[in-house]
Design a protein around this ligand. Structure first.
Ligand code: SF4
Ligand code: SF4
Length: 299
């Protein structure tokens, strides 16, 4: 096996240093990074694995290119954390030129904000082709830990409330004619839990899963698909069917006064906002014309 060393590269890139702290945490005896023969070094010439944290800014790009050039073969680059995987919360930063894979080839991504030391150790072991003892108790998570999302497909109504509260732009709502996709990119997620708190049907849950490493960051997502409803007038798909069913049930539950009008309510909710607006306009125009006609007759 090749000599195993990790050169920490963290010069002028954008991040909070949380991932660097976690990398150093891997060195404590509990995580046994040393047992894998891994040593942290401070110059790229000494290493054959480069762990990059943070998104890369203009100055950092040149440094990263140089560090990669100096790395000993086989050159393995590991992007540690969300900023090094997708630019994370620094996406819109003006000096940001991209995540490291825009500058140098990246072999492995370890999403997380920051990733747990265990996630880093296991990903590095994977990169080096070393197997770890899975029985070790240190793989557990503390109470309240929030990791990768899970959807309860039966419960998700596709309302998009989760996307609206997500501060990291990690949730995308993609409408494709007869279906809506709710897609969570956990390589952008800060695992704040707002989506879980805001979901009206408790369809989304942050699990304790933290082994998120991948060699293809395009696979770093979880997704749910819901059916869309067609407008009864214009035929366009405009809202998830389940969302309408859920809304009607809620109205019935909370406002007894509408119970006799269930059918009318359901019919009205199957008309898209655009058509509803047109109907209201036509009705208003009719009322206006009628009142004008009455006034003309009176005068
Ligand atoms: S997960 Fe919850 S908040 Fe998000 S779209 Fe589904 S139902 Fe709405
Ligand atoms: S936990 Fe949910 S709301 Fe928070 S960043 Fe992740 S996807 Fe967004």
């Amino acid at each position: 096996m090749a000599e195993k060393k990790i050169a920490i590269y963290r010069f002028m890139s954008a991040g909070c240093n949380g991932c660097d702290v976690q990398i150093f945490e891997c060195l404590v005896p509990r995580y046994k990074l040393g047992d894998l023969g891994v040593e942290i070094v401070f110059t790229p010439e000494e290493a054959n694995v480069l762990a990059v944290t943070g998104s890369i800014n203009v100055k950092g790009a040149e440094e990263l290119k140089m560090a990669y050039k100096k790395l000993k073969p086989p050159k393995i680059v590991v992007a540690v954390g969300n900023c090094a995987t997708t630019k994370g919360i620094f996406s819109e930063g003006y000096p940001i030129v991209g995540p490291p894979d825009r500058i140098v080839p990246v072999n492995l991504y370890i999403p997380g904000c920051p990733p747990r030391p265990q996630a880093i150790v296991s990903a590095i072991a994977k990169a080096l082709g070393v197997s770890l003892d899975k029985k070790e108790d240190y793989w557990g998570t503390p109470e309240g830990f929030r990791g990768k999302h899970e959807f309860d497909a039966e419960k998700c109504i596709g309302c998009g409330a989760c996307a609206q509260v997500c501060s990291s732009d990690a949730i995308e709502i993609i409408d494709e004619d007869d279906k809506r996709l709710v897609k969570i990119n956990y390589a952008r997620c800060t695992f704040c839990g707002f989506c879980q708190d805001e979901c009206p049907t408790q369809a989304i849950r942050l699990t304790k899963e933290y082994h998120l490493s991948t060699d293809n960051k395009k696979t770093a997502y979880v997704m749910n698909e819901v059916e869309m409803l067609r407008c009864r007038i214009c035929g366009s798909y405009y809202v998830p069917s389940e969302q309408i069913r859920w809304a009607v049930e809620r109205i019935m539950e909370k406002a007894a006064v509408y119970r006799d009008l269930r059918k009318e309510l359901e019919d009205a909710m199957q008309i898209c906002p655009e058509c509803r607006r047109k109907i209201v306009n036509v009705e208003n125009a009719k009322k206006l014309l009628t009142s004008l006609a009455i006034k003309t007759r009176v005068s």
